[in-house]
Design a protein around this ligand. Structure first.
Ligand code: ADP
Length: 471
């Protein structure tokens, strides 16, 4: 960083200056000053006899340390008393001479004290600087600072271990040139949006071209300190995560293929179970009907999980294929609430629906969101007897919300519930699930130009909501 060089040069290391220079130069200066004063004695007289010597003490203390400065102070006191207090042929020890000498020695003590405190402080700063510099340089992460345009201002030497270029080479490369064309514009856009928000952080995973020509995956964690002096830059730490990304991709491919292959036989199984259910409905054999109902319930659950897994893999690669039509949201909510009401005897689903115009949306996908939110409200409130479902209009948007009096979510976990595979600690222990439903809901809402959110109090309950534009 630019600061390093400056502080390094300003620090003076006395350890490397030989003894004869440390003492010789100050003594020589004192003798030169004495000769000058003798030569000019007729012009400058005998006033302020210590002035020139005090200057030499200050320089000596700063450049050569405390001990040579003490020697110069004592030497100067003797010389001044012998030669410059009075004309040389006249040598009384007066009170005034003693006071002046004491005054001079006190000034010298002060100067030497201050100077050595300053030297100590500077060497402490140098030491901290050196430690910090080593940390940055030897870090396994690449560390760069960038200006508001994304131009690299500083690069740690450790970048070479990651992308092959030396820090000098890296600084002079156009920043965006190394990005993969599939991600370049998205990364740029994210960077500029982020750069206009001081103190924000941003983590992105993207590809970069290594000096050897291979593409590697990089995770960049950036902090916007453009408004913070003395940094005034974006700081980015980056590490190579190629192996992790490829493993994740392998895992996702596997989940995608497995769910795809499982879906067809499971759907047939569900259809056959429903046929059996139908046949046994009016028979006397209640035990068999009970078993078939349980099989149907479990198969439905597995089909739902497989559908969620397939949705996630689809979302990973491309956008959902939405079929937007004008829909009656209240009607959809009522249908879904009625269907879910059939599955629970514990909870009453209370509807509070405000009159709404039709809204443009994909009916199936929105049904998936509504169903997921109401089912979650019931699932995560086993000791409550009601959940409240409402719709209303606010600022040109339709708002749908579900309120429950269940286990709630802690503040630290609340903003993670829309992440892939996230399950709160309280949920993991006692409730089954994959942690995918809300992630899919968030993606569906995003692709509708809507928003999704939740408020919650641990132990008291939660409200999950989404909003959609009216037009
Ligand atoms: P799943 O329910 O399968 O775990 P979701 O994506 O639907 O997956 O939910 C993610 C997590 O959010 C849940 O595991 C749970 O911790 C939390 N959550 C969702 N809805 C509620 C709710 N109504 N009350 C409390 N926690 C909830």
């Amino acid at each position: 960083m630019p600061g390093f060089k400056k502080t390094f040069l300003s620090g003076v290391s006395l350890k490397n200056v030989p003894f004869y220079i440390r003492y010789g130069v100050p003594v020589l200066l004192t003798l030169v000053a004495t000769l000058t004063k003798i030569t000019l004695a007729d012009y400058i007289g005998y006033k302020t006899p210590f002035l020139l010597y005090l200057g030499i003490v200050i320089i000596t203390a700063k450049r050569f340390g405390a001990k040579p400065a003490i020697v110069v102070s004592l030497l100067s006191a003797v010389i001044v008393n012998l030669l410059f207090m009075h004309p040389p042929d006249y040598f009384p020890i007066t009170r005034e001479a003693i006071l002046q000498t004491i005054g001079f020695l006190l000034e010298c003590t002060l100067v030497i004290g201050l100077s050595s405190a300053l030297t100590d402080a500077v060497s402490q700063i140098d030491e901290n600087d050196a430690r910090f510099k080593t940390l940055v340089e030897k870090s396994s992460e690449g560390i760069v600072t960038m200006n508001v345009d994304g131009k690299i201002i500083y690069s740690s030497p450790s970048v070479q271990n990651i992308i092959g270029y030396t820090d000098e080479e890296f600084i002079h490369l156009p920043t965006w040139q190394l990005l993969h064309e599939d991600e370049a514009s998205k990364v740029r856009e994210q960077f500029f949006r982020f750069a206009s928000h001081p103190n924000k952080t941003l983590t992105i995973i993207h590809r970069m071209k290594h000096k050897n020509g291979n593409w590697i995956w990089i995770e960049s964690k950036m902090t916007n300190l453009l408004d913070e002096r003395p940094i005034n830059a974006v700081i980015a730490n980056f590490t190579e995560v190629t192996e992790r990304v490829l493993n994740e991709k392998l895992k996702e491919d596997f989940i995608g293929i497995a769910s795809h292959e499982l879906k067809t036989p499971l759907t047939s199984l569900k259809a056959y179970t429903q046929v059996l259910q139908h046949r046994f409905k009016n028979s006397e054999d209640e035990t068999s009907l009970n078993i078939i109902n349980k099989i149907e319930h479990q198969v439905t659950r597995v089909v739902q999980m497989i559908t969620n897994l397939l949705d996630v893999t689809t979302l990973q690669e491309k956008k959902l294929n939405l079929h937007i039509r004008d829909i009656d949201l209240n009607l959809l909510v009522t249908e879904i609430a009625d269907a879910i009401q059939q599955t629970t005897k514990v909870h009453r689903i209370i509807l509070q629906l405000a009159p709404l115009p039709t809204i443009p949306a994909d009916r199936e996908r929105l049904a998936q969101v509504i169903s997921n939110m109401i089912s979650n409200a019931i699932k995560y409130s086993p000791n409550a007897d009601a959940v409240q479902v409402s719709t209303r209009i606010e600022n040109d948007r339709v708002i749908f919300s579900v309120l429950d009096h269940g286990i709630g979510i802690s503040p630290s976990e609340l903003n993670q519930v829309f992440e892939r595979f996230f399950r709160a600690d309280g949920a993991k222990k006692s409730f089954q699930g994959l942690g995918l439903g809300l992630f899919i809901c968030a993606q569906i809402l995003e692709q509708h130009g809507g928003e999704i959110g939740a408020t919650s109090k641990e132990g008291e309950g939660s409200t999950f909501w989404f909003s959609l534009p009216l037009a």
